[in-house]
Design a protein around this ligand. Structure first.
Ligand SMILES: [Ca+2]
Length: 135
């Protein structure tokens, strides 16, 4: 399941760019390195089958990015926050893996915000990929 930035629910993240690639879809969005704490975007995935899933976020790395982007993951099991360094290149451009999680059927929400971030926060896309169970 892949969602591009245009499919997120957003407050802010109104600036879009194509300056740095690779990116998912036709562009990425960013917070203009401004309005800290006032911009959020969330992706909602519907899980139909319980299992392990890899959670990935797309971003374009650059030295002006934030090193401390808070990403809030809400699942049936609860909430957790993962801190992402967007100066580092994603492992599978444009996607970088945040972790592998057990998801139960229901909604999984991934929210990115720009609170107290120290550079540009990039919103490009997100996906979750089912991880095959061990044989
Ligand atoms: Ca995009």
């Amino acid at each position: 399941m892949v969602m591009d930035d245009d499919q997120s629910d957003r407050v802010g993240f109104d600036s879009s760019s194509q300056s740095t690639g690779p990116f998912l879809g036709s562009h990425y969005r960013h917070d203009s390195n401004a309005g800290k704490g006032l911009q959020q975007a969330s992706y909602t995935f519907k899980i139909t089958k319980a299992g392990k899933y890899k959670l990935q976020i797309a971003w374009t790395a650059h030295s002006n990015r934030a090193t401390n982007v808070p990403i809030h993951l809400a699942t049936q099991a609860g909430k957790r926050t993962i801190v992402l360094n967007q100066r580092q290149k994603p492992q599978q451009p444009p996607f970088g893996t945040l972790g592998i999680f057990d998801f139960a059927p229901g909604l999984v929400t991934v929210e990115i915000d720009n609170s107290s971030t120290d550079g540009y926060v990039i919103l490009d896309g997100a996906r979750i990929v089912a991880v095959a169970p061990a044989p």
